[in-house]
Ligand binder design. Structure first.
Ligand code: COA
Length: 416
């Protein structure tokens, strides 16, 4: 089956999560992605959080599927020459080194353009070029804090809190992938490549934009009526942490179900949808609330919304999270069980859709990964194993015209 990005050559000069997530997505959709790694070392995630001694860690295998690996010391003159050859014939180069590392290596944007004016150069940094923090090295949680997610996540009586979801890393990679695909389409018209950059701070903020909405509302009216602090608590001049409150116009909360005393995840998320109030009352056995003036409108409910949630929890007390959702779905109530990673790992629907995929790795054996969350009617990405360090070194150098003798010499000199 022909894949949409077939024929697009990507040099994957990335590490850890943000860059690899971007290039992995391109690889799933058919691009020929070559990961360039330091000889004998490779992407640091190959060794991080290992669960099996001397085997590539899941951190690496789950972010580098469908790629090839070339070991190359790009700081040696011979290594630079090889990278130059690769750049001349590539369509895309993606990197997420610390600020300035590409320049120090001799591959500034100006130099890259000289080598290949059609090349699209994708780059992830922690902060934008004009930021006072532009020189900083950045990991996931640093970005979540700088992008406004941490100050607005968690409970009001606790500290700023980071999310378990990779809002800084994988999210920035997804933004960069959109940018690269856009630049590829633009190149069809102009014939020219361009530099595409994303900052992790910006990408986090893009997902936290509803909180910037709330900041402006707060400055105008002095309160945020959908937050638990309203109307009985106080607001300062910054958006507070709202616990599990719904971020939109529909109040919601995480509610206890049967077994919560012993099971940390026996909860559902329950939303009180304004237009479904009557159905909600019927579902939870409170038909008398439908027309009661203390309950009938969102404004009337807001002042005692937590009493309402407490009453709903009484209704939930003898139902598991799955039983509760099965009842509530009949009344069109937006809700879901709080699922554990174990439940997700074995969810048959997620397996069937290709969102959770079992991959065979030649050393590790089978492991689970997250497949493409984007579904197409025309093709289904096949998720393959990640490459071993340098697995494709000989193949790539041979394609570039190096003889077996020359490759052996490069290896002896630790260039590859
Ligand atoms: N051959 C020779 N040298 C190589 C190489 C290769 N194949 N690949 C990398 N290097 C060098 C780099 O050029 C750099 O050298 P320099 O410090 O002399 O310039 C060095 O290895 C280290 O790279 P660096 O990116 O600084 O790694 P780090 O481990 O110190 O920092 C990050 C890691 C992620 C903190 C940093 O890269 C960063 O801030 N990246 C941008 C933001 C980002 O993407 N963060 C999220 C990661 S999920």
């Amino acid at each position: 089956m022909s894949l949409p990005l077939e024929g697009i050559k990507v040099i994957d000069f990335t590490g850890v999560q943000a860059g690899p997530a971007c290039t992995q997505l391109l690889a799933w959709f058919g691009a020929d992605v070559l990961k360039v790694e330091r000889p004998g070392v490779g992407d640091i995630t190959r060794r991080q959080l290992r669960d099996i001694p001397d085997v590539d860690a899941l951190y690496f295998t789950m972010l580098n599927s469908n790629k090839k690996s070339l070991e190359l010391n790009t700081k040696s003159p011979e290594g630079r020459e090889i990278l130059e050859k690769l750049i001349r014939s590539a369509d895309v180069l993606v990197e997420n080194f610390a600020p300035g590392a590409m320049d120090r290596m001799g591959f500034s944007w100006e130099r890259i353009q000289e080598l290949n004016p059609r090349l699209i150069f994708g780059s992830v940094k922690g902060f934008g070029e004009n930021s006072p923090y532009a020189d900083l090295k950045v990991y996931e949680n640093v970005a979540q804090c700088a992008g406004g997610a941490a100050s607005t996540t968690g409970f009001w009586d606790g500290p700023p809190t980071v999310s378990g979801a990779a809002l800084g890393d994988s999210n920035s990679g997804m933004h960069l992938a959109i940018g690269i695909l856009t630049a590829l389409i633009d190149r069809m018209k102009t014939g020219k490549g361009q530099k595409v950059t994303v900052s992790m701070q910006d990408c986090v903020l893009n997902l936290a934009r509803v909180k910037l909405r709330d900041q402006q509302r707060l400055e105008r009216v002095g309160y945020l009526e959908e937050y638990p602090q309203y109307p009985n608590g106080t607001f300062s001049d910054v958006v507070p942490r709202g616990g599990n409150a719904g971020g939109g116009g529909q109040p919601g909360w995480v509610l206890k179900c049967k077994g919560w005393e012993t099971d940390d995840n026996a909860y559902i998320y329950f939303t009180i949808q304004e237009q479904a109030w009557a159905a909600t009352c019927k579902a939870i056995g409170k038909p008398e609330w439908i027309d009661d003036p203390d309950y009938a409108t969102p404004r009337a409910r807001q002042s005692h919304i937590f009493e309402i949630f407490a009453d709903i929890e009484k209704w939930l007390a003898d139902k598991t999270k799955f039983e509760a959702v099965d009842i509530l779905r009949k009344f069109d109530i937006p809700c879901a069980p709080v699922l554990t990673m174990k439940e997700i790992a074995y969810d048959p629907a997620l397996r069937e859709s290709g969102t959770v995929v079992e991959v065979q790795h030649k050393v590790r054996g089978p492991y689970l990964t997250v497949g493409s969350p984007i579904k197409f009617s025309g093709f289904k990405p096949t998720i393959l194993e990640s490459p071993l360090l340098g697995e494709h070194t000989d193949e790539v150098l041979t394609e570039l015209g190096y003889s077996a003798d020359e490759i052996a010499k490069l290896r002896a000199a630790r260039v590859v």
